[in-house]
Write a protein that binds this ligand. Sequence first.
Ligand code: IMP
Length: 443
Amino acid sequence: MSNLLVIGAQWGDEGKGKIVDFLSPAFDIVARYQGGHNAGHTVYLKGKKIVLHLIPSGILHADKIGIIGNGLVIDPAAFFKELEDLKSIGVEVNEKRLMVSRSAQVIMPYHPQMERVSEAQRGKKMIGTTCRGIGPCYEDKAARWGIRLADLLEPEILREKIEENLAIKNKILEAFGQPVFQVGPIFEQYQRFGEKLAPFIKDVSAYLYQQSKAGKSILFEGAQGVLLDLDHGTYPYVTSSSCTAGGVATGLGISPKQISGILGIAKAYTTRVGSGPFPTELKDETGELIARKGDEFGATTGRPRRCGWFDTVAARYACRINGIDLLALTKPDVLEGLTEIKACYAYEYKGSKLKDFLSDPYVLDRAQPVYRTFPVWSGSIHCLRDQEKLPAGFVDYFHWLEDELETPVGIISTGVAREDIICFKEKCSRLLGTKAEQLLEGL
Ligand code: IMP
């Protein structure tokens, strides 16, 4: 196994940041392939909370190279703010350690403004986006109006593109009673961004090809989660990028054959931020308790996350459409303190039992989850690092999950620290080969 993809198997916020941080020492390069600064990857380093949005989490390791692929949308101001934030905690990131694709799309000041108009227009059906301009920027990409990073380095082209865009955008904004934008200030600001970004802008696809040929290994870091994927998620309540394994090749300009293994991350319960269907949602005290204990607030927007039971129908779908080889289960300790826990294994829909996930909101809104109830294990797994000490009740629970998901669970995260982790050696070795030994020794 040389290259590994880490992907969220639910609606995002599964704890990918911590797992990527744990795995990074075994890889040379960590690459993001989709999304933007809508993501929030939380890592705890020596007890200190660090949240990364745009820059791959692996950058926290001083000897790793971070890559931002063409599949991302970049807000230059957010990019530089993140570099500053990293510097303030002693993480130096320069162009030798971080590269951004020439072909990544640029989030422009009119994008968040257009997004607010679009959300308001939807009324009760609003998506509940992060309002970072992500959707409108991807819209422009698909509509072929987008401005790419390389364009920031070509003043004439940049000015022309801003003029063309504003000719349309200003008309729309005006029609909705919104302030309009002037070409001059945007051009000047983005030309300056271009000058500052220039050292970071590279042909990422060619770089990854050369590095792979030289035997370097890549960790692909997914953002958001499978159920927020533009094609396979709960459309239209999704983000605007390809969060699934399919997005890796298009989002970095590499062959799909470069993905040698896929690790899915799933939380021991389910959360969702923003609107959209959520069959196992708990709108009661139990949901509130999980939210409080699990500190379930959006890492980017601070919004409270909706909480619910584990949904194996949805997670099995995530395993199937991505070909997930192994799962990491995060935050099971949050469930301790409840009297019993539930997991959904089917939906009742129109008089029949559904075991296969359908992504249409109007199906999911009417689908009734069918649950299996488990007693909460006795003894705590919080911060446990020894596999032998896992309570028997918890082992039974995750073996049941493995059967339902038809996918082995090989990693259990038991707390926020990098070391609060249990890796089942045999299962991890099957996926990670000799890298598994290296990671286990590093604990
Ligand atoms: P957007 O990505 O800002 O367009 O938001 C679309 C939907 O995806 C909204 O429901 C957001 O709350 C959700 N979303 C976007 N990024 C994340 C994330 O990193 N974690 C969880 N939900 C996200």
